[in-house]
Design a binder for this molecule. Structure first.
Ligand code: HEC
Ligand code: HEC
Length: 503
């Protein structure tokens, strides 16, 4: 089940997001662009508008190149990356959706063939045959979205599939329809943005103005469908996921807010462009709109992916590839027993499989700074209590002995000096640092997990007593193992917190 691990310095999430966002951008645009081309060709032929036909031919050239080459390459790249970073989840998706994928690829082949015939056929085919090929292109491209949408939405909201294991339950899952409308809207919006880019290179004049206005209209129409269905989409997600997100998951919520701001910016920009400057549109501005579109897409996909935490397939596989249904076996037989490819360094193997999918040591979501200045006992307690920490992490599913092995592995790689020396701090700032490192990972100030109010008014003596029995205060709470100076600084800091003082 577990492939040899792929150690690379970038966080997996970032790597995946970069490739995937670019891929979905290109592939949605490939669908919307197809629609834009055939609809416009239809009207241009009816009106005998040679200038527009020439423009469309130009549009289709870069369109075919960009979508086929970039789409196909990034699509293959996605398979490489997901196979390496989440082999178990990839396997689950393939087992469930192998026919789905076979159908999707069939549509993709039709789409590619039609795109090439369409491009080469402008002068060589009859108008009717050319248009037919165009429609074949668009329909095949959109149908591939119809299929892939069922697989994408399944990962966040597998719905009844979890109980039945039925293909259709997983495919037409709770977010299938809003997501399909949303993504279709995105296709239309991107088609408009792309047409703007090509139009920006036209000579200023009436034709340019007309084309820019019309492309802005496409963008606005697509955007309207997108924004409305994003609200519908949010409502279709099971309430426990959205409630938890609003409570403890700042990342997806912020991404959604950003996506609405970006949608607003694009909409305003389109209206302004169509109203005031359709003749003057330059390539820089058109590129800036493309960038806004890409950013919008990034924000939306980021929210979808981060809402899923701590799972990669909600309720079925955790973000580190551990299967929810196997949890009892992992706890009984140990997590190592589930890792067929071992390097001989057990601590490193365990760390890779339990944590490394989401964390690096010193790069993205780095763990070294989170543990610098602490000790092995503290790290071992944290490893076993990951589900109590901020970040909505999966629980650690190995045995206590395995948690110790991970702690050893990390302990050998951290800075062992006291926090005062590492960060050159003393007094209140030192106390605050001790809090952040030793308490704030679980008790985030200002959230439900904040305990500072219950500490209000306690004497230094009482607080010291509390730290003495820290390991008994709650399941998963570590013993307090810092030195005397850090303890003193923390107690003083907790007293100021209790008085309502903020960091
Ligand atoms: C599914 C992804 C995922 C896995 C697996 C995971 N974590 Fe995390 N972890 C997170 C996220 C997300 C955060 C929150 C980061 C933030 O708030 O900046 C986090 C936060 C943390 C923090 C707090 C960091 C800080 O700034 O104080 C620690 C410590 C930590 N994780 C340790 C671990 C350990 C040890 C493991 C393995 C046993 C692990 N994590 C596995 C996603 C994960
Ligand atoms: C690994 C996570 C974790 C860390 C780190 C942690 N705690 Fe806790 N703490 C818990 C849990 C879990 C509980 C019990 C559940 C609850 O009360 O929310 C708890 C409970 C408490 C309580 C409430 C006890 C009660 O009876 O109401 C206090 C006070 C507290 N912790 C203070 C601290 C202080 C101070 C630190 C830093 C020295 C700290 N905690 C570090 C997880 C943690």
């Amino acid at each position: 089940m577990h492939y040899p691990f792929w150690d690379q310095p970038i966080g997996y999430g970032v790597l995946m997001a970069t490739i995937a966002v670019f891929h979905v951008f290109v592939s949605h645009f490939a669908i919307g662009g197809g629609l834009y081309l055939v609809v416009n060709e239809h009207f241009a032929r009816r009106a005998g508008d040679a200038q527009r036909l020439e423009f469309l031919e130009k549009l289709s050239k870069f369109f075919v190149l960009a979508t086929l080459v970039a789409g196909a390459l990034t699509g293959v790249a996605i398979w490489f990356v997901i196979g390496l970073l989440a082999p178990a989840a990839t396997e689950a998706l393939i087992h469930n959706y192998v026919w789905g994928w076979a159908i999707e690829w069939t549509f993709f082949v039709v789409e590619i063939a039609a795109a090439m015939v369409y491009y080469y056929g402008w002068k060589r085919m009859t108008a009717r045959a050319h248009l037919t090929v165009g429609w074949i292109y668009f329909v095949a491209a959109w149908l591939s979205l119809v299929i892939i949408n069922g697989i994408l939405t399944f990962m966040l909201t597998p719905g009844r599939w979890l109980a039945t294991g039925d293909f259709w339950d997983g495919f037409f899952d709770p977010t299938y329809w809003p997501s399909l409308v949303l993504r279709t809207g995105v296709c239309v919006m991107l088609a408009g943005l792309y047409a703007l880019l090509v139009a920006s290179r036209l000579e200023p004049g009436d034709f340019k103005a007309k084309t820019v206005r019309q492309a802005a209209g496409w963008s606005l129409a697509g955007l309207a469908a997108t924004v409305l269905s994003q609200v519908w989409y949010w409502k279709a997600i099971p309430a426990d996921i959205t409630a938890k997100a609003l409570q403890v998951m700042p990342t997806p919520i912020r991404s959604i807010e950003i996506s609405f701001w970006l949608a607003g910016a694009i909409a305003l920009g389109m209206v302004a462009l169509a109203a005031f400057a359709p003749r003057k549109l330059g390539t820089t501005v058109a590129l800036a709109f493309m960038a806004l579109g890409l950013a919008w897409f990034g924000a939306f996909e980021w929210s979808r992916e981060s809402l899923r935490k701590p799972y990669i397939i909600t309720g079925y596989i955790y973000g580190n590839g551990a299967e929810v249904g196997e949890a009892e076996n992992y706890k009984r037989d140990g997590y190592l027993a589930q890792i067929p490819y071992r390097t001989g360094d057990e601590g490193a193997d365990l760390f890779r499989h339990a944590c490394r999918n989401c964390h690096t040591l010193e790069g993205y979501k780095a763990l070294k700074p989170a543990f610098d200045g602490t000790d092995r006992a503290f790290i071992a307690a944290i490893v076993q209590g990951t589900q109590h920490l901020k970040g909505n992490m999966p629980p650690f599913l190995g045995t206590p002995a395995e948690a110790e092995l991970i702690a050893d592995h990390l302990d050998q790689r951290i800075d062992k000096r006291p926090l005062a020396d590492i960060y050159k701090l003393d007094g209140r700032l030192l106390g605050r640092k001790v809090y952040d490192i030793r308490c704030g990972k679980c008790h985030v100030l200002g959230t439900d997990s904040d305990k500072s109010k219950s500490l209000a008014g306690q004497s230094a003596e009482d607080l010291n007593g509390l730290l003495d029995m820290a390991a008994n205060l709650g399941e998963g709470m570590p013993a307090f193992t810092a030195d005397a100076a850090e303890r003193k600084a923390l107690v003083a800091y907790l007293q100021t917190l209790g008085k309502g003082g903020r960091p």
